[in-house]
Design a protein around this ligand. Structure first.
Ligand code: 1CP
Length: 359
């Protein structure tokens, strides 16, 4: 198991996740493997989204595309947060122009059909993808990708609340009103869903680490929908439980938590969950968060994806402002949310160059 001293000096992202302040900061982008890349769009015709996630050849290639093109410091597994509910037996389809559609879980009977014993077998191809990626990324330099082991491989899952949102609602939503109503009106059922997700998420993250992930991220994209009391119950508590379970097995593996739009609750999330790094969304003031999140916890973020879409001087100015706000702190440069599909690739190339300028 890697301790601070065993991390290769070239793994700048992993060093930062371990608490070292690097300058310039390492960078990667949420949704870096995605539709803004022409080589990604070219592969979409080959197979539907779920097949792409579940075919190691394809998922490996899609994960590597942004590394090859931009030399990002982190490679995030090409997969989705909804793979876990699908592996539990919930129906899932990605509908063009609409997003994910799931067979909604609304009753005890719906819940009873989920089966955690299926997960290991169904997610085996995802774990195979991680093993392959680790070999490629830590391998020799001549494959057009690895920079002599400089790239950190990241696994991920959704956090229980966000995954429950999709499971109960049956797809995306602005408000996730049905889910949040269930949390208030049928707490026994909602708590069972959350408990199942908390346990299986911890197991799945451990499996990803055992397969080769060097760090993991928990996406709680809808955390900001909750009032403080519910945020504590459905975001902070399950996240803490997952962090404890993962660290009990893999004490040195670093965990990034993303309580998106968590606002005033973010410092409490940072203090109480045990995550090593807090990813900030676009709405957070990085300079202010530095003063409110304990020094021992790293920060990730948080350039506005729209600034990258706009490009040019405005993007460079904003990027350097984010970079400077993190100076002297363990800070991973990233966006505040995923890169937008319509973003020109040259803007991303320019962003990477700007963040890496020595100044
Ligand atoms: O090709 C396609 O049309 C599919 C689009 C796509 C892609 C590329 C989806 C469907 N998921 C993904 C990959 C994905 N999703 C990754 C891969 C690694 C990378 O970042 O490059 C990751 C980390 C995710 C995580 C994810 N999926 C989140 C959390 C992060 C966030 O954006 O807030 C969420 C909420 C999802 C659900 C999901 N999957 C796909 C879509 C379109 C959505 C959003 C649905 C909605 O509108 O609510």
């Amino acid at each position: 198991m890697s301790s601070k001293t065993e991390i290769p000096p070239s793994k700048r992202l992993l060093r930062t996740l371990n608490g070292e302040a690097m300058w310039p900061p390492p960078l990667w982008m949420m949704r870096q493997a995605g539709r803004f890349l022409p080589e990604f769009r070219a592969m979409r015709a080959q197979a539907d989204f779920l097949t792409r996630c579940m075919t190691p050849d394809i998922a490996t290639e899609l994960t590597l595309q942004p590394i090859r093109r931009f030399g990002m410091d982190g490679a995030i597994l090409f997969s989705d947060i909804l793979i876990l509910p699908w592996a539990l037996g919930q129906s899932l389809e990605f509908v063009e122009g609409k997003g994910p559609v799931l067979g909604a879980i609304r009753s005890k009977q719906d819940f009873a059909r989920l089966d955690r014993n299926r997960i290991a077998e169904i997610t085996a191809p995802v774990l195979e993808t991680l093993s392959r990626l680790r070999k490629v990324l830590d391998g020799p330099d001549d494959i057009g990708v690895a920079k002599g082991g400089a790239t950190t491989l990241m696994g991920f899952t959704g956090a229980p609340f966000t995954v429950a949102c999709y499971m109960v609602e049956g797809g995306g939503s602005r408000e996730f009103a049905i889910t949040r109503q269930m949390a208030f009106a049928e707490p026994a059922l909602f708590d069972r869903i959350m408990a199942l997700l908390t346990e299986t998420t911890a197991d799945y993250l451990c499996a990803q680490i055992e397969a080769g992930a060097e760090a993991v991220m928990l996406f709680d994209s809808w955390a900001g929908l909750l009032p403080p009391s519910e945020f504590r119950k459905h975001v902070i508590a399950p996240t803490r439980q997952i962090v404890q379970a993962v660290k009990a097995k893999h004490p040195s593996v670093k965990i990034i938590g993303f309580p998106r739009l968590g606002g005033m609750m973010v410092p409490e999330y940072a203090r109480e969950t045990g995550v090593d790094v807090v990813a900030l969304d676009t709405s957070a003031d990085l300079a202010l968060m530095r003063t409110q999140v304990p020094e021992s916890i790293g920060l990730q973020g948080n350039l506005d994806p729209i600034a990258v879409l706009a490009g040019g001087e405005a993007m460079r100015r904003e990027a350097l402002a984010v970079r400077n706000a993190g100076k002297g702190r363990a800070h991973v440069f990233n966006l505040g949310h995923g890169v937008l599909p319509q973003t020109p690739v040259e803007h991303v190339a320019d962003l990477v160059k700007t963040v890496r300028e020595t100044a």
